[in-house]
Design a protein around this ligand. Structure first.
Ligand code: ZN
Length: 211
């Protein structure tokens, strides 16, 4: 896919996420890997109103080479890419239901959400919780690196999800699956839902091996 097509895709998916309330204000950021660097949404930009020509272009060391300065959360993306050679795109949102779950003290930090549906198991699998860090704290990058090799998605405590995919479309779809599963989990809080069994999960992973 050409760089100009990838720029258009970032704009298209950004607008889609914004319009559906998954990325309010100037929160959330999207990146795509190029052969020799990355495209990244600019700092302070709204995903609902991106300009393809102003998207930040970084070289393979993460230095800005054209466009506006990148999101201040650029290091989250680079930490994830550094551990996942097959990742072509990353989506990071402050989407409401995922953030809500990230604030619950009762969740298992090694596997935040239960296996409620097959698609959640296939697209996300086990989701680790990364402890809270102040915005911009580079130690958050190290914490992500510690989990990213085993997991294509992580949830930052009191902050939001970071999700990698083989394409931008795959990363967006997985992020939405996570958000919807977080919403289901919250809806089911007062209940005692049936979740997929170990056997059902093993069967799914046999038929649909994760990335
Ligand atoms: Zn963030």
């Amino acid at each position: 896919m050409s760089e100009s097509t990838l720029r258009e895709e970032i704009v298209r998916f950004g607008e889609s996420l914004f319009k559906r309330g998954l990325s309010g204000g100037s929160s959330g950021n999207i990146s795509v890997r190029l052969e020799d660097g990355w495209l990244m949404t600019p700092t302070g930009s709204s995903l609902g109103n991106l300009d393809p020509a102003r998207i930040s272009k970084l070289d393979d060391q993460g230095r800005l080479i054209s466009g506006d300065p990148p999101t201040k959360e650029v290091f989250l993306h680079l930490a994830m890419y550094g551990e996942r050679s097959g990742a072509r795109a990353i989506v990071h949102l402050h989407s409401t239901h995922s953030v809500a779950v990230s604030c619950l003290p009762s969740v298992d930090p090694d596997n935040v959400l239960p296996p409620l549906t097959a698609y959640y198991v296939m697209k996300i699998g086990r989701l680790p919780l990364i402890p809270y860090y102040r915005p911009g704290d580079k130690a958050l990058g190290d914490a992500i690196r510690g989990k990213a090799r085993q997991h294509s998605a992580v949830l930052l405590a009191n902050h939001g999800p970071v999700v990698a995919g083989k394409s931008l479309e795959a990363a967006v779809n997985a992020t939405e699956e996570l958000e919807e599963t977080a919403r289901l989990y919250l809806l089911l809080q007062a209940h005692n839902p049936r979740v997929l069994t170990e056997e059902q999960i093993a069967d799914l992973l046999r038929h649909f091996p994760p990335d």
